[in-house]
Structures are given as C-alpha cells and as structure tokens.
Write a protein that binds this ligand. Structure first.
Ligand code: DGP
Length: 114
C-alpha cells in the first residue's frame, strides 16, 4: 500500500488542523476548503479508494459516516444540512489515494456538482 500525505498526517509526521479522533478515524480540515466548513474524515487503516473496499471494511466505512454525521450535529450543521462526498479515482476527482470522506457545510450546496 502506497504511503500518502494522509498517512503522514495520521502518524503526526506533518501538521494538520485535527478536529476529531477516535480509535479508527481521524478528521482534519482540508487544506483547500470548498466551503466554510470542509473537514476530511479518514480511516486510520488505509484503503486506497472506495473501489478497493471489501465486505470486511463495512464496519469501518460505517464508522466514517457516523463520525462525520456526529461531528456535523455537534458543530450545529445538521438542521441546515451539509454534504458528504467520497471521490473515487480519476473521473471522481480523487487526488489522494487514501480513502476519505469530505464533509462540506456552512453554505448552500448545489446539484449537479459539475
Ligand atoms: P480528493 O480530491 O477527494 O482526493 O481530496 C483530497 C483533498 O485533500 C483535497 O481537497 C485537498 C486535501 N489535501 C491535500 N493535501 C493535503 C494536506 O497536506 N493537508 C490537508 N489538510 N489537506 C490536504
């Protein structure tokens, strides 16, 4: 498995604005925010892409989603709403090959995303 910038953040080798951590998940602010709130939820155990996830990852993927939802509620974004995104491979716009969930909040989102 290739080492990515997110593995380095998880190992605290490079700095990040960490906003949440538990045994399985780390969350930190995106370096290039696309909304007033843009947080990346990353499993500590690396899966390169959503396409590479298998049935044994189901619990971890569920924890990722629930961690993002709990954070959004705690930070007061749940009622107005927010968006979660997982980009997969080239056409999905994925640039870091360590699966991550984007949480975008604090402004109106639009659809289709383009
Ligand atoms: P994606 O395109 O879905 O692979 O998203 C990767 C995101 O990661 C992108 O929005 C920018 C963010 N990013 C890239 N490098 C770093 C970094 O070193 N620190 C932080 N906090 N975010 C990063």
């Amino acid at each position: 498995m290739a080492d990515t910038i997110f593995d380095k953040i998880i190992r605290r080798e490079i700095p990040a604005d960490i906003v949440y951590e538990d045994d399985d998940v780390l969350a930190f602010r995106d370096l290039n925010p696309q909304a007033p709130v843009h947080v990346l939820f990353v499993p500590k155990q690396s899966i390169a892409t959503l396409d590479g996830a298998v049935a044994a990852d189901a619990e971890l993927l569920g924890k990722l989603l629930l961690a993002a939802a709990a954070y959004a509620r705690r930070e007061g974004h749940a009622d107005q709403g927010y968006r979660t995104v997982i980009n997969c491979n080239e056409y999905g716009g994925q640039t870091v090959f360590h699966l991550h969930l984007h949480l975008l909040a604090g402004r109106q989102m639009h659809w289709p995303p383009g």
